[in-house]
Design a protein around this ligand. Structure first.
Ligand code: UDP
Ligand code: MG
Length: 322
């Protein structure tokens, strides 16, 4: 039988306003699951402070003092949502049999965790939380997010539709994840590559409980680009395809021009010439850009810089602290 120690990992960036409420609900959830005998008493909530500039770490420290079920890990600086999440998962991996990751803002329905644990106990190694609707999102966020999933699909990256980072992973799935060494991290694309038995749980995504989104448009676009270029080389192939197409078109153009020349019509055609200069120029710049994107990734990967550094971890049994 597999063990049943659960860790809930929550990345937090400037979340002092929501943390007390999040901690209360997650603490209660742990207690209920423990009392039902589904998870072991060694289960914990692990808040990862992603270099917040507000009092987030102080709040986490205080929460830990009052309730040893609530633990914390403090990153040395802000490394972004995906890296903070990875730091939490890798810290929890050694102590837990299953880990649920969720956002700090209570948009993910805490009660879906029960179903996730049930599916783990029934044998699943990865359980994806899938949003059943996007009613509470703004029109903008909904359309951009759905366009993003479609585009990922089109470009050949395997992702789970309408799944963010609310999911359960078993210990061996996490060990699998730890072998993916890429620095350009896009977790929701990497997790399906791990394999094992996967399942899904549907939930309603609510509104942010307090505070504001830490994902402004700029970060969203960067995240989407990161996702595509980290998971798929299809854009590079598309350039090759485009190259062939343009070459083919230019052959036709040459034949056409020769015919025009032979029939004595050489002066006309300035417009088509000017157009093609722009067209080819634009195409070359675009292609160089895409290649540059991948080159930049290679550059970062080749350095093999650490994806996060942890300053301090608050964890342990009540008696063994300090
Ligand atoms: N987050 C983080 N580091 C960052 C940005 C965000 O750890 O640099 C965390 C944030 O605290 C939250 C989660 O990532 O727990 C998702 O962020 P948010 O809810 O702001 O994103 P949205 O739901 O608006 O997409
Ligand atoms: Mg949110």
């Amino acid at each position: 039988m597999r063990g049943n120690t659960l860790y809930i990992v929550v990345p937090c960036y400037n979340e002092e306003e929501v943390l007390p409420e999040t901690a209360r609900r997650l603490g209660d959830k742990l207690k209920t699951l423990m009392n039902a005998g589904k998870i072991s008493p060694r289960s914990r909530v692990l808040f990862v402070n992603d270099g917040s500039r507000d009092k987030t770490w102080e709040v986490i420290t205080a929460l830990h003092r009052d309730n040893p079920l609530l633990c914390g890990a403090d990153l040395t600086r802000n490394r972004g949502h995906q890296n903070a999440l990875l730091a939490g998962l890798m810290t929890a991996k050694d102590k837990a049999d299953m880990v649920i990751s969720m956002d700090a803002d209570l948009q993910d329905d805490v009660d879906a965790a029960d179903a996730m644990v049930d599916k783990y106990l029934a044998g699943a190694d990865i359980v994806y939380g899938v949003r059943s609707s996007r009613k509470t999102d703004t029109f903008f966020k909904r359309t951009t997010a759905e366009a993003f999933y479609r585009m990922m699909d089109l470009l050949g990256a395997e992702t789970v539709f309408n799944h963010a980072d609310y999911r359960l992973m078993s210990k061996r799935a996490l060990e699998g994840l730890s072998q993916f060494k890429e620095v350009n991290l896009f977790l929701r694309g990497i997790v399906p590559m791990i394999g094992y038995a996967a399942d899904t749980v549907e939930y309603e995504r609510g509104e942010r409980f307090a505070g504001e989104s830490k994902y402004p448009l700029k970060k969203m676009v960067a995240f989407a680009l990161e996702g595509v270029t980290s998971l798929s080389v299809r854009p590079l192939r598309m350039i090759t395809g485009l190259g062939f197409l343009v070459f083919f078109v230019s052959l036709i153009m040459i034949a056409y021009n020769v015919v025009r020349w032979a029939t004595g019509n050489t002066v006309a055609g300035w417009a088509s010439l000017a157009c093609s200069v722009w067209f080819i120029g634009g195409l070359i710049l675009l292609s160089l850009g895409v290649i540059g994107e991948y080159l930049g990734k290679l550059y970062l990967e080749s350095k093999g810089r650490p994806r996060y550094l942890i300053r301090e971890v608050l964890d342990g049994e009540p008696g063994e602290r300090d």
